[in-house]
Design a protein around this ligand. Structure first.
Ligand code: FAD
Length: 282
């Protein structure tokens, strides 16, 4: 692997002023690694609307490319139009277009049912102005009836106008290669960036993976379990596993990597160093 392998990084918008301040430091440290863009998540049902905008604006002001996530569940066409206008104003060129999940207690799903409808709407409203990323699920979206239906939904989303995709995280490179093969056989040739989740805490990862449908293979589970509370061993094993998977993904043709940072610098910096992605002095 070499420094030409492109990679991007994902942040979430912090909920407190302290978190916002800390993220500025994280952003500046990770910017040195040279990510192609930094994406910023968007809370379900628009709950982080202003915070996402603020983080994205500051990334732009720092001279970096920012890609706000935008989810359509619970949204109206008018609210999406307003987002697009705000993003246009601050020079955003790339948007991660999603359906999102309806937050509990929110009954009205709004005017869009699926991400494909959001993609089609953005294309109708703004032509080719924005480069649109969409989500992909090599291990199948948790609500999908089966792989084939999920694949068909993905193809529809791409045909609606998506330029590129970022996957849910996974620890099984074969699932990614199988998904990409099926997508290509369906006649879709957009880049599909593997989403990479570094591992700092096994218990948190296990909980989160349950809800988003990512599988932690049995051999990894059993190894993590054997480490108990030994955080250093968990970190080291996690880094070894993720580094080896990234190397395999790139060797097998993945067009780049998208790192879920969880607003932390350490693991991403170490991974980039191990993968030879970081500039010498980073
Ligand atoms: P869709 O592509 O619309 O798919 C949702 C489900 O509907 C799938 O099961 C699909 O098979 C099915 N489906 C799609 N179209 C059809 C159709 N025409 N007919 C029948 N079924 C259909 N969530 C957030 O809240 N904020 C974020 O910032 C965020 N960022 C993410 C970034 C990435 C890279 C990924 C992978 C996920 C992200 N998520 C985020 C989670 C995402 O919102 C959820 O996984 C959500 O449940 C699905 O969103 P989607 O855009 O993939 O939906």
């Amino acid at each position: 692997m070499n420094k030409k392998t492109r990679f991007s990084i994902e942040f979430f918008p912090p909920a407190t002023p302290e978190g916002v301040e800390k993220l500025r430091g994280v952003r500046d440290q990770l910017a040195v690694l040279g990510p192609e863009f930094i994406s910023v998540t968007y809370g379900a049902g628009g709950s982080t609307r202003d915070r996402t905008l603020q983080v994205v604006r500051e990334i732009r002001e720092a001279g970096l490319d920012a890609a706000p996530h935008l989810s359509c569940i619970g949204a109206t066409a008018q609210s999406i139009r307003e987002h697009l206008a705000q993003y246009r104003e601050i020079g955003i060129k790339r948007i991660v277009a999603l359906r999102g999940d309806l937050p509990s207690g929110m009954a009205d799903p709004g005017e869009f049912r699926y991400a494909s409808e959001l993609v089609a709407f953005i294309r109708r409203e703004s032509g080719d102005e924005f480069f649109l990323e969409v989500a992909a699920y090599p291990e199948v979206h948790p609500q999908a009836r089966n792989f084939q239906r999920d694949l068909a939904a993905f193809v529809t989303k791409v045909r609606a106008g998506a330029n590129s995709a970022i996957t849910q995280y996974f620890y099984n490179a074969d699932a990614y290669f199988h998904f990409v093969d099926c997508v290509r056989k369906a006649g879709v040739d957009i880049p599909i960036l593997p989403g990479i989740m570094p591992i700092s805490s096994y218990s948190k990862l296990a909980r989160f993976s349950e809800s988003c449908g990512a599988e932690i293979p049995q051999w990894m589970r059993r190894t993590f379990e054997g480490f108990g509370d030994d955080v250093d061993s968990i970190r080291e094993f996690g880094l070894d596993v993720v580094t080896a998977m990234c190397e395999r993904l790139i060797a097998g043709g993945a067009p780049g990597l998208h790192f879920y940072s969880l607003n932390q610098t350490g693991l991403i910096t170490e991974l980039c160093a191990r993968l030879g992605l970081a500039p010498e002095k980073a």
